[in-house]
Every structure is written in structure tokens, then in C-alpha cells.
Write a new protein. Structure first.
Length: 479
């Protein structure tokens, strides 16, 4: 567990010093971490990164070398630096479990702590949750497009640094990938590793057939051959079939072939025909080559005969949407036991925050078990499941619906209480299974790759009224 205390923006520490100088450092604050509208192509996200966020919070501690460095900036007094020496996280954290389907404006993490502690962890917390949620969401879309086919993650060489490769692989598994090429990530998180050979392996031998035979001799029970180094259909697949016949005579069953270039729809259909005619109907066809959910969806539509998809660059970098846009906003502050709801105002309705201490309620139909809508509500509110519930869009308020015959699940769970960790993160593969089950509670209309239907995320009456009142108060102050 690394100490990431200094992984922060300078203004977090200058604000902490300002709180200290103003005598506000003993006040408490509540912050919400959430993301705003993603894009027209995707509305949901898969929450990820909580495990590393827990490590961050547990490791909060300024070492003496940190104090020495901060002193050298000539920005802080010695009394404040002395306070930093003993600073530990003592607050409360609620969060949505990893693998949960979430939507814009919903608090993924809620931090309630002394204001300096809550302020300090903002940057690193956003760094962790933003990145891993982004990659988990991209993986989820890729897996959805694959329609039940296996998906492997192998983007390490194109990731933006080692941490992005390691934790991106972890997030990809949360999003639905079943394996990774990243050996360190596989070791750290107990992910099934995957990989065979590169074109350089084939090129290092005098001819393709010799390369295939050498690989088959090395891994006779796990023989997967890369067939597009020279000519996929004229040499690659025929040579693979020759080696597969030799393996079968020795009592081994070949795994299949991999395509990494060319027209994957055409090549996979032709290769499938050749393999079937040679008696290898159970040999699988793996495909790679700058794949993403859009290309996979198109290839599926074209009838490509691909069984396993290897997705690298466009997954690990979230190529077409490279940032989640998560923010960390103050929702309440004040003296302990007397917190005052806070509101950030903007001319853009999406940027006006939701005040107060909140939670998320997800409504499910009792008839089919599918999610109906989410309701962001104040922490002390409870929904009566025995009565019809009318909800409305918080921006376009004339849009409303009445929900009947439903049950409620409150998404946020306690993670830290008074600085003590009270939640143990499940294993990664347990989160993987949970995330799959989560997506099954949503209709395809909300998950589809292109132009998904917008899932309803509304505010409770009490929260809406509080927000409206604070907006009115703020407006009167600025006249």
C-alpha cells in the first residue's frame, strides 16, 4: 500500500492552511464525488476504484520528508506543519460498491470529515475513481457489443504509464473482460492471464510452418497460432491446420487461431470454413487489431466468425472518450452536528450541484426485477414501498411518472466510520460477477452501444425543495 498523501494539487494544501488560519479547521464538511453527463453515446458508468480509494485513505500520513518539502515552499507556518505531522483520516465515507451501474449526478463517494481531511483527499480520490470508472465503463460497452463472446484485455503497451496499465486491467475485468495480457496485474489481482505469440515469433524462424511447429512443441495442449504474418488464407491458416493435424495425432486438441489484421469479417468467415472442412470445428478464432465496441458491433452484424475478442489500445485509453469528468463538490459544511447544506450555482443546469447529505435509491419492478429509475434523496428519507411513488425530472419538471409494485435498494454503503475501515472489498472476480449481474437488471435500451435510452435519475421532493430554496436564497444575495 503506497502512501499517496502528497498526490494532491497544491491548492488543496493552501486551502487547508487557509482553513487553519481562519480557525475553520475544526469544522466538518460533506463532499460528493460524482460525474456529469458523459456523452450522447453512453449514459451509464460502471463504478470502479473503491479498493484503491480505501488504500489512499488508510495511508494518509505526512512523512518528515514531506514536511521538509512543504516548508521549503515558504507558504506555510510551522504550527500548521506541526498539525500535518499528526493528521490522519478520522471521518466517514459512504460509497457505491465497485461494479455497480451508476448515472450522472449520483454520488459515487460521499466524504464526511473534518474539512482539512476531506479537502486533502479530493485530488487523489478523483484520480483513482475517474480513471478506473472510465475504463470499467469502456470495457462494459465492449463486452456488451461482443454479445456473450469472451473478451481479453491486452492494452498494457499502449496504456499511459504503468499505473494506467495495471489499474486499467483491473477496471477492465470489473467491466466484464475475462482475462488480461498484463502479467503484473494478473498476479496482483488474481486475473486469468492470456497471451500466446507475436509476429516476431513467427518471423524469427526460417518459415511460418517451422514457427508454428516450434510453438506447438512448446505448448501442445494450449496451441493458439497467429496466422496473419505473411498471408492469412494462403499460408497462415493452411499451416495452422497442418500443425493441428500433427497435434491431434499426438492426442492433443488445438485451441485455435488468431487474426490481427485485414478484413476480420471476411477472413474469419473464410478461416472458419477452412477449419471446419479440415475437421477442426471446435478450434476457436481469436481476433485483435484496434478493436472497440463500435467495430465489434459492426463485425457481429456482418456475421464475422470470431469467438474471442482481444481489445487493447482503444479500451485501455478509453480512446473515444478519454475522461470521465468526475467532480468533488461541497454539499454541506459547518460545526459538528450543525452542518449547513451548500449549493454551487451555474448558468448551466447540469452544473448546479445537489445540496445536503444524500443517498441513492434504486427502484426495481416486482414483476420483472428490472431497474425502473433512481432517486437521489436526503440521507434521513425513507421510501414507503407499499404506496405508489410519483417522481419527476429535476430539470424538465413537467416530465413525471408514478411507480407502483416496486422495491427499493439503497446503493451507498458505509466504508469508513470515524476513520476506521468497516468495509472489506470483495475479490476482483467476485466484483466481476456482481457487475455482470448488475447489468442484467437493466433493459438493453439503456445499455446499447449507440443512442441508448436515457435512464431516469430524479430528486426526491424534499431534496428538490431544498435545492430550489437555496437557489432562491443565493439569487437574492447576488442582487
Amino acid at each position: 500500500m503506497r502512501n499517496l498523501t502528497m498526490l494532491t494539487d497544491l491548492y488543496q494544501i493552501t486551502m487547508m492552511y487557509g482553513y487553519y488560519k481562519a480557525g475553520k479547521h475544526k469544522e466538518e464538511a460533506v463532499y460528493d464525488l460524482f460525474f456529469r453527463k458523459k456523452s450522447d453515446e453512453t449514459n451509464y458508468a460502471i463504478c470502479a476504484g473503491l479498493d484503491q480509494a480505501i488504500d489512499l485513505i488508510k495511508s494518509i500520513r505526512f512523512e518528515e520528508e514531506d514536511i521538509t518539502y512543504l516548508r521549503s515552499l515558504n507558504l506555510f507556518g510551522e504550527d500548521f506543519l506541526d498539525m500535518l505531522r499528526t493528521l490522519r483520516f478520522t471521518g466517514n465515507v459512504y460509497a457505491v460498491p465497485e461494479g455497480t451501474v451508476v448515472f450522472p449526478m449520483e454520488p459515487l463517494v460521499r466524504v464526511h470529515a473534518p474539512i482539512c481531511e476531506a479537502q486533502l483527499i479530493e485530488t487523489a480520490l478523483l484520480n483513482i475513481i475517474n480513471h478506473q470508472t472510465l475504463i470499467a465503463t469502456k470495457a462494459s460497452r465492449v463486452v456488451y457489443a461482443a454479445q456473450g463472446d469472451a473478451v481479453m484485455e491486452f492494452g498494457l503497451r499502449r496504456a499511459q504509464g504503468p499505473d494506467a496499465g495495471i489499474y486499467g486491467a483491473r477496471a477492465s475485468v470489473i467491466g466484464g473482460c475475462g482475462s488480461t495480457s498484463n502479467v503484473l496485474a494478473a498476479q496482483m489481482f488474481d486475473i486469468p492471464p492470456a497471451g500466446t505469440q507475436a509476429h516476431s515469433w513467427v518471423m524469427s524462424f526460417d518459415d511460418e510452418l517451422a514457427a508454428f511447429r516450434a510453438y506447438a512443441d512448446t505448448y501442445p495442449s494450449n496451441c493458439l497460432l497467429l496466422v496473419d504474418t505473411y498471408n492469412t488464407l494462403k499460408s497462415g491458416v493452411p499451416n495452422a491446420i497442418t500443425v493441428f493435424r500433427e497435434l491431434r495425432e499426438k492426442g492433443y486438441k488445438p485451441v485455435g487461431i488468431r487474426l490481427d489484421s485485414g478484413d476480420l469479417a471476411y477472413l474469419s468467415k473464410q478461416a472458419r470454413k477452412m477449419l471446419d472442412e479440415a475437421g477442426f470445428a471446435d478450434a476457436r478464432i481469436f481476433a485483435s487489431s484496434d478493436l472497440d465496441e463500435h467495430t465489434i458491433a459492426d463485425l457481429k452484424q456482418q456475421g464475422a466468425k470470431i469467438d474471442v475478442w482481444g481489445v487493447g489500445t482503444r479500451l485501455i485509453t478509453a480512446h473515444d472518450h478519454p475522461s470521465l469528468g468526475g467532480v468533488y463538490k461541497l454539499a454541506a459544511s459547518g460545526k459538528p452536528g450543525a452542518l449547513i447544506p451548500k449549493l454551487k450555482v451555474s448558468e448551466n443546469a447540469w452544473k448546479i450541484t445537489n445540496p445536503g447529505i444524500k443517498k441513492i435509491a434504486r427502484l426495481y419492478s416486482n414483476q420483472d426485477g428490472k431497474a425502473i429509475a433512481d432517486l437521489i434523496m436526503l440521507e434521513d428519507e425513507v421510501i414507503d414501498e407499499s404506496k405508489p411513488l410519483t417522481i419527476f425530472d429535476p430539470v424538465e419538471t413537467w416530465k413525471s411518472m408514478t411507480v407502483e409494485d416496486f422495491n427499493v435498494r439503497y446503493l451507498m454503503i458505509p466504508v469508513f466510520e470515524n476513520g476506521r475501515q468497516v468495509y472489506e472489498t470483495p475479490s476482483l472476480m467476485e466484483i466481476h460477477k456482481y457487475a455482470i449481474a448488475e447489468k442484467e437488471t437493466f433493459w438493453d435500451e439503456f445499455l446499447r452501444v449507440k443512442r441508448p435510452h436515457i435512464y431516469k435519475v430524479d430528486l426526491s421532493d424534499n431534496l428538490f425543495d431544498l435545492k430550489k430554496e437555496l437557489l432562491k436564497t443565493t439569487k437574492s444575495r447576488t442582487k
